[in-house]
Design a protein around this ligand. Sequence first.
Ligand SMILES: CC(C)(COP(=O)(O)OP(=O)(O)OC[C@H]1O[C@@H](n2cnc3c(N)ncnc32)[C@H](O)[C@@H]1OP(=O)(O)O)[C@@H](O)C(=O)NCCC(=O)NCCS
Length: 196
Amino acid sequence: MPEPEDKALFADEFTPDDLPFLANLDCGDEAWSRAATEWICGSDVIDSIGKHGTTVWIYRHCEADDSIVGFASLSATGWLRWPPPDGKKCRLLYIPQLGLDRRYRGKPSSHDFRYSNQIIEYLLGQAKRAAEQIREDKPPKKHVELLTLRVHRDNIPAQKLYQRYGFKFLPAFDENDHLAMQLPLALDSPSRAMDL
Ligand SMILES: CC(C)(COP(=O)(O)OP(=O)(O)OC[C@H]1O[C@@H](n2cnc3c(N)ncnc32)[C@H](O)[C@@H]1OP(=O)(O)O)[C@@H](O)C(=O)NCCC(=O)NCCS
């Protein structure tokens, strides 16, 4: 296994051909970490792509490296009321799941190259790009302005990561011990996506 280092990760769109390479991915022992591992290694990822048009990216140290550092995903919701239960009807971008192999948590020590930061910055860039595409293609009522997610109330590392990038908790939301977070996509400012 390559040692964590100050280097940009290589991001690639997931296809079912990647599943054999994911067999060794292990996001950790906590319930939410096992859920992340099971989501990407099992049938949920394929269901999410098929049913919701989710896009999934996997991250490696470099293109030629088969060992996977982590993954992230992005989906668009159907019409729903936001904030629930009686906000205005809209569509949102949504992060169904993301995770890092447990070996890479907190690595490398440099903030600029921290794998968790690289994964989320790439995802924010993709979310912004998706929202801009919708803005070009669709009428205003279909535009999306928020990136949202759910996180277990005890999953402090994930909450800290999201807060680092400006996500805020939705007040008074708690569904089966999961809190909701949201981030306005600031479509008029330059993207922070890595140039991968
Ligand atoms: C979420 C995840 C990608 C974050 O990556 P990471 O490398 O652990 O995160 P970072 O090191 O960048 O930062 C996490 C923060 O949590 C803190 N932290 C880490 N473990 C902690 C713990 N057990 N308790 C409290 N805080 C903790 C870190 O010190 C850091 O704090 P800081 O922002 O004050 O510096 C990773 O933990 C993961 O894959 N978890 C399993 C899957 C998962 O939870 N997915 C999200 C589903 S919503």
